[in-house]
Structure formats: C-alpha cells, structure tokens
Design a binder for this molecule. Structure first.
Ligand code: ZN
Length: 249
C-alpha cells in the first residue's frame, strides 16, 4: 500500500505536468499561428523590394543562370543549389531564366502585353483574361516573394521532347526532395487560374507561408497603378489566380 500510495502520489503531479504541457504547447501553437508573419508587410509581398539590398535575398550564381543580377530568398537559393547539383551529377542542367521580380518589373511585363498587337483584338476584361493565361497582374505574382523560379524555358513545348523532357522528368521525380513544387499543374484536378507552366517551380517551405501572409495582409484595393488594374476585382485575381495553385503531392 505504501508503494502504491507513493506511486499514486507521484501520479497526480505527473498528470498536472502533462496537462500543463498540453496547455503550454497549445498556447505556443496558437501564438505561433498568430505571429506567423513577423516583419512581413503588404508592400514587400507585392514586390516593392530591392533584392540587391534586402538582407534575406542572395544573388543567383552565374553557373545557375545566364541572366545577370537575379535574386532569390537565401533559403530558396540554397535548396535550388542542392537540387541543381544533384541534377548535374545525373547529366541534367538546370538553368534559372527568371527568379525574384519586383512590382515594377511585373508592371513592365504586364503593360507591355496590354499594349502589344498580340492582345489588341481583346477589349476590357477579356484582354486581362487573355494575358492572365500565363502572366500575373503586378502585385499578384509569386515571383515577387523570391521563393519561385522559372527553369530552362518558358514554353511547355520545350519540356515535351528531347533534353527538355529529360529535365522535366528529372524534376517530376526529384524536385520535391528539395522542397520544390510545380504549382501550376495541368488543371485536370480543377485548379483555377494560370495555364500549366512546366517551368515554374516554387520553394514550398517558404512560399506556403508567404501565401498565407499574402492573404492575411492583402488590402481591399490590392491592384492599382497599371493598365487594366480595375479588372483585378471582377476577375477575382486573389481567389482564382493567387490561390489557384497545386501543393506538394
Ligand atoms: Zn514563373
């Protein structure tokens, strides 16, 4: 009885400890969930950032790109380097053709398309819809975050035969091991937004948090200051495009 009593006596404090640990852990999880976007601002999430002077960005080295002065978040770049090295060993050359893009850069792309003869046949919101097949409105691109890259070529065709097919096959088999996800898949699962992009890969561990913070911090008037910005609301850019992504399989 004495032993039982001692054991029993030990039990209550243990239970208490367990209960307080659960309370503490739950509280911690709650606090973490609440403060998941420290230091993040809408301005930064919409691409008003100079990656050359931002402490969380790093320059992509020459052997990974033919472009000059393009940047990624340091953590995404480290993962990309590891992935590219593993690919290189297997005879696959991964080359970054686009990485972080600022709001101004995206505005140049968007307005360039808006005024190009290619899209002149479309008016109003249908011109925006047509451009949106493959291009983002300024302020809504994942490239603003520094978590996403375009690899090797900007056409699905390239990835469907020869060296391009070998590259795509390698990525499909291995990219996830390095945290990279093809977020714009073939849409057979009902995904909305951009058409399939076999070249666009997202560093999920960072991008997943950036998307949540983007949705948290996004103001009512998210899109202004470029051609056709007024269609941002009617075309439901946030719902259909920003959230129209595939996650890890
Ligand atoms: Zn892209």
């Amino acid at each position: 009885m004495v032993i039982y009593g001692e054991i029993y006596g030990m039990e209550l404090p243990w239970k208490m400890t367990l209960i307080s640990m659960v309370v503490w852990l739950t509280g911690t999880a709650f606090v973490v969930a609440q403060s998941d976007c420290p230091g993040m601002t809408w301005d930064e999430l919409k691409g008003n950032v100079n990656p050359a002077s931002h402490p969380q960005f790093a320059l992509i080295p020459d052997h990974l790109t033919s472009k000059t002065e393009i940047y990624l978040r340091t953590e995404a770049l480290e993962a990309l380097k590891a992935m590219a090295e593993a690919a290189r060993v297997e005879g696959i050359s991964l080359q970054v053709v686009s990485a972080m893009r600022t709001w101004n850069h995206q505005r140049r792309i968007w307005n360039g398309k808006w005024t190009s003869p290619r899209f002149m046949g479309f008016t109003g919101s249908s011109r925006a819809t047509e451009i949106l097949r493959y291009s983002s409105m300024p302020g809504s691109s994942r490239h603003h975050w520094g978590t996403d890259v375009d690899l090797n070529a900007l056409e699905n065709n390239f990835f469907e035969s020869g060296q391009g097919a070998a590259i795509y096959g390698w990525l499909m088999e291995n990219a996830y091991k390095y945290g990279f996800v093809q977020v714009y898949g073939d849409m057979t699962n009902g995904r909305t937004g951009y058409q399939e992009e076999k070249w666009h890969w997202s560093y999920w561990p960072l991008a997943e948090r950036f998307l949540r913070c983007y949705l948290d911090l996004c103001p009512d008037e998210a899109f202004t200051g470029f051609d056709g910005a007024k269609y941002g609301d009617t075309l439901r850019i946030i719902d259909r495009y920003v959230q129209g992504v595939d996650g890890p399989h």
